[in-house]
Design a protein around this ligand. Structure first.
Ligand code: SAH
Ligand code: SF4
Ligand code: F3S
Length: 474
């Protein structure tokens, strides 16, 4: 709206076919929950709907296609899906032509519950089935009845060549594998995403090249267990071999990867990390527990001693590296002494950061059937103990780094203070420092001046380099 007295733009008569186009312009909104896998999947979903002529909008009230890309890893994100669906009921009543899609992990494992509780949902689709999305939308547009188009096939092979509309300016995600074969006792992911499917190395390299050509400087390679990449391929290529190939890509500044599994992390991968200049010195290595009996019951396939040795070997070759982890408090049967072993592991290993969770029953998993469930208040109290322990350690680690300088890849303006920018070190710590947002995508040398749990406030000390790829470059 132009306020009275303001400048009005000239009304231009459009030819008739333009009006037809305007009437047909449709908009979409994707609400993404969960992990990086879902973030990357949402870019595929966006690519598909854009090919159908939809344009992105932030306005839920106006969108013609609304997708919830959902997470089922714990009960809370799953409940959130149903409360969001409750809010969408009104939109569907007011704008019946709006297509509502539930995608992702909850769609896969709870399709019937979605249909029963939200019969106005038009599409229910699991994370392996997006090659059917365009067809499902076209069907939903044409359909008079209320049955949703439901596709939940975890055995489907995900094809190459699905469209993608990337949303981030500096970094992007590229899948190396889909699914997971590990069936850790507590985990819903293998049920939601099916068995591991490794992509051919040339497909991965080609996607990274395209992303770099489109202006991305940093790539994060994604898999539930990147270290088992290639085990299901006909050719002889493991994750370390893949990193060697990706590291050669011209104009790419940084390569990251997640998640690593301690049972499959090889010496050759650690050597590749240490030697390849574009590969960042950060390992996300979920420990889950520091107690051997709990690890055994979780079906993780390693002991604490093994975990500790892997970390030691990696730190020996990359003393400056950071290590982050996932951990769970109160797995079924976990005693106070077993939990104490997790606390001890945290003190011994000294993680840079940890994602800490209370164990949560996921229906259909082995752990959900186990005896000896730990009461909620005990799980809560153990979680709080872990958080307190980890916060103290992370703060100490970052405090010791104050005064040091880091190469920071600038991601953009800091949301809270517009005169500052925000970026990450190679070790994946956030750094916020005063600078112009023109530096987006550049690597700047920044001195850490004040430590926080998440990283540092700092000040630029070096020239921005357009093509730095790490201090150990040959
Ligand atoms: N593939 C990754 C983990 C994916 S799920 C890996 O192997 O580590 C992300 C994290 O959620 C897990 O590492 C675990 O710490 C947590 N998580 C998974 N299932 C959970 C459950 N049932 N209750 C609580 N936390 C859980
Ligand atoms: Fe879940 Fe284990 Fe697979 Fe990770 S490795 S996704 S925790 S089953
Ligand atoms: Fe990710 Fe949640 Fe699915 S963590 S794999 S979106 S269950």
């Amino acid at each position: 709206m132009v306020p009275d007295g303001g400048r009005r733009s000239k009304v231009v008569e459009l030819p008739l076919q333009c009006y037809t186009h305007l009437e047909m312009a449709r908009s979409y909104l994707i609400d993404t929950m969960g992990c990086q896998m879902n973030e990357r999947d949402s870019e595929t979903v966006a690519g598909i709907v854009e090919q159908l002529g939809y344009e992105a909008t932030d306005d839920r009230e106006q969108a013609d296609f609304i997708a919830l890309n959902t997470c089922a890893v714990r009960a809370k994100p799953q409940h959130k899906v149903f409360s969001k669906l409750g809010e969408l009921r009104r939109i569907k009543e007011q704008r019946p032509h709006t297509i509502i899609a539930v995608l992702g992990c909850v769609a896969q494992i709870a399709a019937q519950e979605i249909t029963a509780r939200a019969p106005y949902v038009d599409i229910i689709m699991g994370p392996r089935n997006y090659s059917h999305l365009a067809g499902a939308i076209t069907t939903a547009q044409a359909r008079a009845d209320n049955d949703p188009v439901t596709v939940t096939d975890t055995a489907e092979v995900i094809p190459e060549g699905l469209p993608v509309a990337r949303t981030t300016p500096v970094s992007s995600y590229v899948n190396v594998t889909y699914g997971c074969n590990n069936f850790c006792a507590y985990c819903i992911v293998p049920y939601a995403r099916g068995r591991q499917q490794s992509r051919a190395p040339e497909q991965i390299v080609s996607e990274v090249e395209q992303s770099v050509a489109a202006g991305h400087h940093e790539i994060t390679l994604l898999g539930q267990n990147v270290n088992s990449y290639g085990q299901d391929l006909n050719e002889d290529c493991d994750f370390a071999d893949l990193l060697v190939q990706v590291n050669c890509i011209k104009d790419l500044k940084r390569v990251r990867f997640t998640t690593s599994h301690p049972k499959d992390l090889s010496a050759s991968l650690v050597a590749a990390m240490a030697e390849l200049p574009r590969v960042c010195e950060h390992l996300h290595l979920p420990i889950q527990s520091g107690d051997d009996q709990v690890l055994e019951r979780m079906g993780r396939g390693y002991s604490y001693e093994h975990y500790r040795r892997v970390v030691e070997a990696a730190r020996e070759q990359m003393p400056q590296m950071s290590i982050t982890t996932d951990v769970m408090a109160g797995f079924p049967g976990e005693t106070e002494a077993q939990f104490g072993n997790t606390l001890r592991a945290f003190r011994e290993i000294r993680f840079d950061q940890a994602f800490m969770f209370k164990y949560n029953d996921r229906p259909g998993t082995c752990a959900a059937q186990m005896e000896g469930k730990v009461p909620e208040e005990v799980r809560q109290q153990r979680l709080e103990q872990l958080i307190a322990c980890q916060n103290e350690i992370a703060h100490q680690i970052n405090e010791e780094l104050v005064g040091a300088s880091f190469e920071v890849l600038v991601e953009g303006r800091d949301a809270k203070s517009p005169e500052k920018v925000r970026g990450r070190t190679r070790t994946n710590k956030i750094v916020i420092f005063p600078a112009s947002s023109d530096l987006q995508g550049r690597i700047v040398e920044v001195q850490a001046q004040q430590a926080f749990l998440w990283g540092f406030l700092g000040e630029a000390v070096g020239e921005a380099c357009s093509q730095s790829i790490g201090s150990n470059i040959q």
